[in-house]
Ligand binder design. Structure first.
Ligand SMILES: [Zn+2]
Length: 704
């Protein structure tokens, strides 16, 4: 996980965004034209500025005035204030413009860095293994000093200075013209993007509130499995087992492949439960309630015949199986209704869908769809499906989209690995000292390894671990890792290598990038891909045997199957958001019915023939769909990017220098970054090729 707490690009507005200067775009100008003096002032200023700086500046003058006008409101001042501001702050020559750019870049780095530093210190007690967390520690941890920075910058007009002088761009412009821009032009574009929205605080608050409510609904959606009966009214699951939808339910399906006796029956029961959740035919009373037994096939509910919890039992009279009243979809609908309110303040990305694709991901939606379809319609799907079927020795059932049997047993037991790791790293500081050695094993030179180690501080984490970048060059990245009293265990070590991968990326992409305004990578999928490259080689760091070819082969097939599954889930998420935008006045019941229909349609198109069953609704069970504002497409894109990065590392033979070369590119568009890294834009070929190769290898291994 990368904590991007206070980067200006991720403040309360979400990520950076854009507004075009094109007149045909929906624009805030319509509102601002109600300022009666605005048009006259613009004309007067244009004449005046051309007289001062020459006709060569005309295009910049027009653009700057347009951009400022889009955001200027009555509270910002009258015609005199506006005119004085523009005349004082238009940079009419290159020298002044460069000075302005440099100054903004270095001061924003300071602002970002120090805000981040405050945030890191305020979170210290919550994040680190430093003794008890008192209630006020949580208040400190929840405070974000940068929450109002963008508002402040509009109020004091620093934002207007940027808008007057640097270009706002559309994704289309960044994609088509970006490759020919200089690095400084790219940095200027990122600078302007910080101020491409001026969303009223009330709107941001409403979005945050809808998100928090949906979050809280999801976080309490447990199913008490001891009380889920099978078709013969038998208990399948152990007492006290409480599974959170959908994560734990899905992971239980995965784990059940190892249970040859009852696994299949459990998996079928969970599928039944999931379908009831999606269709909202689940009896409301069984949600998070250990006091009723439930048969998810017949939907009968009865007072629990056996107790496995101390939670107060409801009176028996209350027991009825009336369905949950579409609450799931009411939550989703509320996040849509809140998101919509930002649309008028986001002229070039006037919907949440556009903001997700054009701003956060910077890959157009139609391209994401093409990539997903490439995976979903790959001729490899039926081949791998047949393989799974023969490994299972039965026809596939719908829940086998979560097949988990491609994992090979490692050469070492977890206990052996724990012993090796705890001996080597009894404390966090033992790991800290070893960082240069670890990095040299990845092919970094001794000097580079030492340089990176000097920029990473290891702290003992309270949780499982995370990485926190520096955000300014005078600061260091922090690696938070879990160390038990008996020393680090293997799981902790594996996570530490992953988080250290983030720290290495953070150090290169902040300290070695040519412009700090370009700090980072295009989106989170990239930082995860780079971290996973290091994580995948953790056994070699310990001097243990590398995974055998069979393990690698199976891992690739596992990744492919996961990508196939999550691509359909992402499609449902995308189509549901489109449906909501097409039906702004829909009720939660209508949204429920539409979601069921969309899930079935996607299933019938890409899965039904593989699984021999139509009209399955499982693809709509993901909880992210309810509380995460169309986040799900990030997962399949992440898989594709990880394979591309990994393939390039393998080709080059040495991870260290390649890692550095890639990470120094900074935050340009995903395609530009990937072309620089691998000579190809973001695509599905690396995954599909690796899968085809893995499949062929497995066939030959079988024949031997
Ligand atoms: Zn990560």
């Amino acid at each position: 996980m990368r904590l991007c707490l206070v980067s200006l690009l991720c403040v309360s507005l979400g990520f950076a965004s854009t507004i075009a200067a094109e007149p045909d775009m929906p624009s805030l100008t319509d509102d601002n034209q109600t300022l009666p003096w605005m048009n006259g002032a613009r004309e007067k200023l244009t004449t005046e500025l051309i007289a001062r700086y020459g006709a060569a500046q005309r295009a910049r003058i027009d653009r700057g005035l347009h951009q400022v006008t889009e955001f200027w409101s009555t509270e910002d001042g009258d015609a005199t204030v506006f005119e004085d501001f523009v005349l004082a702050n238009f940079a009419g020559d290159q020298l002044t413009l460069n000075t302005m750019f440099e100054r903004y870049q270095s001061l924003l780095e300071q602002l970002n860095g120090h805000m981040h530093e405050i945030n890191r210190e305020f979170r210290q007690q919550a994040d680190l293994d430093n003794g008890p967390v008192l209630p006020f520690d949580e208040l400190f941890a929840g405070y974000d000093p940068s929450a109002h920075v963008v508002d402040d910058f509009f109020n004091n007009k620093l934002a207007f200075v940027v808008l007057l002088n640097f270009p706002l761009t559309t994704l289309q412009e960044r994609l088509s013209e970006g490759p020919s821009w200089t690095r400084q032009q790219w940095a200027e574009v990122r600078l302007a993007q910080i101020f491409s929205k001026r969303v009223p605080a009330a709107v941001n608050l409403e979005i945050a509130r809808a998100g928090a409510e949906a979050d809280s609904y999801i976080s309490q959606y447990n199913i008490w499995m001891f009380h889920v009966l099978d078709q013969q009214r038998m208990r399948l699951f152990p007492a006290k087992l409480r599974l959170l939808s959908h994560w734990n339910l899905r992971d239980e399906i995965k784990a059940d492949y190892a249970d040859s006796q009852h696994g299949l029956a459990k998996q079928r029961a969970i599928q039944q439960v999931m379908e009831r959740i999606v269709t909202q035919t689940i009896p409301e009373i069984v949600v998070n309630n250990p006091n009723v037994d439930w048969n998810p096939w017949t939907n009968e509910v009865q007072p629990a015949a056996e107790q496995d919890s101390d939670l107060a039992s409801p009176s028996k009279k209350q027991i009825a199986n009336s369905p949950e009243p579409s609450t799931r979809y009411a939550m989703l609908l509320a996040t849509y209704q809140a998101s919509r309110k930002m649309d008028p303040y986001s002229p070039t990305a006037p919907s949440l869908i556009a903001r997700r694709f054009d701003e956060d991901r910077e890959i157009p939606e139609h391209r994401v769809r093409e990539l997903l379809e490439q995976v979903l319609t790959s001729p490899l799907v039926p081949k791998i499906a047949n393989l799974i079927q023969s490994r299972l020795g039965r026809p596939l059932e719908p829940f086998d989209i979560w097949y988990d049997g491609f994992r090979a047993r490692g050469a070492y037991t977890e206990a052996q690995l724990d012993a090796i790791v705890s001996k080597r790293y009894p404390t966090a500081s033992a790991y800290q000292k070893d960082i240069p050695n670890i990095l040299m094993k990845f092919g970094f030179t001794p000097e580079k390894a030492q340089y990176l180690a000097n920029n990473i501080i290891v702290d003992p984490a309270r949780g499982s671990g995370h990485a926190m970048g520096a955000e300014m060059r005078s600061e260091k990245a922090h690696l938070r890792t879990r160390v038990e009293g008996t020393g680090m265990n293997y799981k902790g070590f594996n996570i530490a290598i992953h988080e250290m991968g983030h720290n290495v990326e953070q150090t290169f992409s902040l300290n070695e990038v040519d412009y700090t305004l370009l700090e980072g990578v295009p989106n989170t999928a990239f930082t995860e891909a780079l971290a996973m490259v290091l994580q995948g080689h953790d056994l070699e760091v310990l001097g243990l045997a590398t995974p055998d070819p069979q393990t690698e082969t199976l891992k690739t097939l596992n990744d492919f199957w996961n990508t196939y599954e999550i691509s359909g889930v992402a499609m449902v998420d995308m189509d549901v958001w489109h449906w909501m935008y097409d039906h702004p006045n829909a009720t939660s019941e209508q949204l429920r019915d539409a979601t069921i229909q969309i899930a079935k349609t996607i299933w019938n198109k890409y899965y039904a023939s593989v699984f021999g069953k139509k009209d399955v609704v499982l693809l709509a069970v993901y909880s992210h769909m309810i509380d995460s504002f169309m986040y799900l497409p990030d997962y399949p894109i992440g898989h594709l990017i990880a394979f591309q990065v990994e393939e390039q590392m393998q080709k080059s033979g040495a991870i260290g220098p390649e890692f550095e070369r890639m990470a120094k590119m900074g935050r340009v568009t995903p395609d530009m970054w990937m072309i620089h890294a691998t000579r190809k834009p973001v695509g599905a070929e690396a995954l599909l090729n690796a899968t085809a190769e893995a499949f062929a290898k497995l066939q030959t291994q079988k024949q031997k």
